[in-house]
Write a protein that binds this ligand. Structure first.
Ligand SMILES: *[C@@H]1O[C@H](CO)[C@@H](O)[C@H](O)[C@H]1NC(C)=O
Ligand SMILES: *[C@@H]1O[C@H](CO)[C@@H](O)[C@H](O)[C@H]1NC(C)=O
Ligand SMILES: *[C@@H]1O[C@H](CO)[C@@H](O)[C@H](O)[C@H]1NC(C)=O
Ligand SMILES: *[C@@H]1O[C@H](CO)[C@@H](O)[C@H](O)[C@H]1NC(C)=O
Length: 454
């Protein structure tokens, strides 16, 4: 369940204490760091997962090296919903391996599809629900469930490799399991107190190959829609529900620094990291016109110089509330373009109210009650892909440079008829684009590029 807040929020930025993403290295230490990272990046790439986590691949999260099709209606190829009906489960996060197979997390488990839509395996989890976007790492799919388990499945077979109970409960919010350098991270210990009812109190690190617990970190305030992003080979950043950012040593869990946050507040936004050494976080601070209730994406947006921050804004679960996508200059925070999305027409978001009784019957949570937008993804053409709570999945770009996204050359959409969870994040592979609404998986293909031709 997500709280209703009639407030406004701000995007804040912190210079991280050390950037290892720059092209320059002025001294021996930073040069060796750069070399180390290049080596690690090469090894990650060697695994050839096209979209390894809900937020894509380290270090360029939320950005694809491949173009995705702009013309969504023309590119739509197949969709999947539970065989017992759209409302028999809720669908959340998508990741894509090196052979363009798609893995989907859902309230009733995890499934693997080939690129043509054939189910290869399913791992059923009920009565525990899988809320987070999963992550692919070294041949395993990493995920969490609401009964306090963090687990890993064999990517080929879907069989459980390990499962560790780290807490009594893990939240019904939509976060992200993330893995790097052999360490799997997830939030857990869902209980009061927090600034919004029950929430995950702890961050856990597990050995990604064995499931053994390595360390536990207690943030000052619980996390919501937990999204840890790795900034180099040995540290990770994330924010808590007040927007306070933490940078931890990945191997020890010790705090390197923390900054920002607004005491007493709640957001289901998350962090983004830029190649410029900045961490972007969101909090409730009455600054943007609508709450930035999701993680931004930082990358090169079509027809804009340098890096941009793509920030979906929306007051979810409020009839009549409008939803925008803002794009800011990544260095200055200056507004670069706006897309005015639709206003919420129903009492609940698209597809939510009509599925309640069927969902209860199937033993999954009654409603999706998600963010106003999915997390955004930027493809290699600089097009922004994002799903809206009224059901439209959008491709957005500013062709005429007027700062407003409008017209068929700038906006393409596919109506999925349902809203998008916070852990829904469009996944891109060569010639392939996959995104989950709250009840179905949608796959789009480019007519000119064949996904197997990596
Ligand atoms: C995980 O466990 C394996 C097997 O015990 C060990 O070799 C490896 O070093 C561990 N990794 C971490 C990050 O602790
Ligand atoms: C993290 O801790 C390890 C072990 O103490 C240390 O070798 C490494 O330099 C630390 N990394 C950072 C970024 O502090
Ligand atoms: C809240 O916004 C004000 C005005 O923009 C700013 O001065 C302050 O630093 C912000 N506080 C936080 C915690 O973001
Ligand atoms: C926020 O709360 C913490 C702990 O309750 C306190 O130490 C800190 O001073 C507070 N910060 C502000 C800006 O009020």
């Amino acid at each position: 369940m997500k709280p209703m807040i009639s407030g406004l929020l701000i995007v804040i930025a912190f210079r991280s204490s050390a950037s290892t993403h720059g092209e320059d290295c002025q001294d021996a230490e930073s040069c060796s760091q750069l070399l180390l990272q290049t080596h690690l990046f090469t090894r990650d790439r060697a695994e050839e997962y096209h979209w390894a986590s809900g937020r894509g691949n380290f270090p360029k999260y939320a950005v694809s090296a491949h173009p995705a099709p702009f013309n969504l209606p023309a590119a739509f190829t197949w969709q999947w919903h539970h065989p017992l009906g759209r409302f028999a489960t809720l669908t959340y996060g998508t990741v894509i391996d090196g052979e363009s197979n798609i893995y989907l997390s859902a309230a009733d488990g995890v499934r693997k599809f080939d690129q043509h839509g054939t189910i290869l395996w399913e791992y059923l989890s009920l009565p525990a629900e899988v809320m987070n976007a999963p992550a692919l790492y070294s041949g395993m799919v990493h995920a969490s469930d609401t009964h306090g388990h963090i687990f890993a499945l064999d990517m080929r077979t879907g069989k459980q490799v390990w499962r560790t109970r780290v807490a009594e409960k893990i939240g019904q919010d939509n976060g992200f399991n993330m893995v790097h350098e052999g360490i799997a991270l997830a939030a857990c210990d869902h209980r009061k107190p927090s600034n919004y009812d029950e929430a995950n109190q702890k961050v856990k690190a597990l050995n990604a190959s064995t499931g053994d617990e390595l360390w536990t970190f207690h943030p000052d305030t619980p996390v919501w829609n937990f999204l840890p992003l790795f900034v180099d080979d040995s540290s990770v950043v994330f924010q808590d529900m007040t927007g306070k950012v933490y940078r931890l040593n990945l191997s020890t869990g010790l705090l390197l620094w923390k900054a920002g946050g607004l005491n007493g507040t709640w957001t289901d936004g998350g962090v983004a990291v830029g190649p410029n050494g900045l961490v972007y976080a969101v909090n409730l601070n009455l600054t943007t016109p609508r709450p930035p209730n999701n993680a931004p994406a930082v990358g090169i947006v079509k027809n804009l110089k340098g890096f941009s921050v793509v920030m979906p804004l929306c007051q979810q679960q409020t009839r009549g509330a409008t939803c925008d996508v803002h794009v800011y200059d990544a260095e200055t925070g200056g507004l670069r373009w706006i897309f005015h999305g639709p206003a919420q027409t129903g009492v609940l978001q698209a597809g939510d109210a009509e599925g309640i009784s069927r969902r209860i019957q199937h033993g999954v949570r009654a409603a999706c009650l998600p963010n106003g937008w999915s997390a955004p993804t930027i493809d290699s053409d600089g097009t922004v892909f994002v799903g809206n709570e009224e059901g439209n999945f959008y491709a957005l770009r500013d062709m005429d440079g007027d700062g407003v996204i409008f017209g068929e050359d700038e906006v393409a959409l596919y109506d999925t008829k349902a809203s998008f969870a916070g852990s829904s994040s469009p996944a891109v592979a060569p010639g392939l684009l996959a995104v989950a609404s709250c009840d179905s998986l949608f796959v789009f293909k480019s007519s000119t590029i064949h996904p197997t031709g990596f």
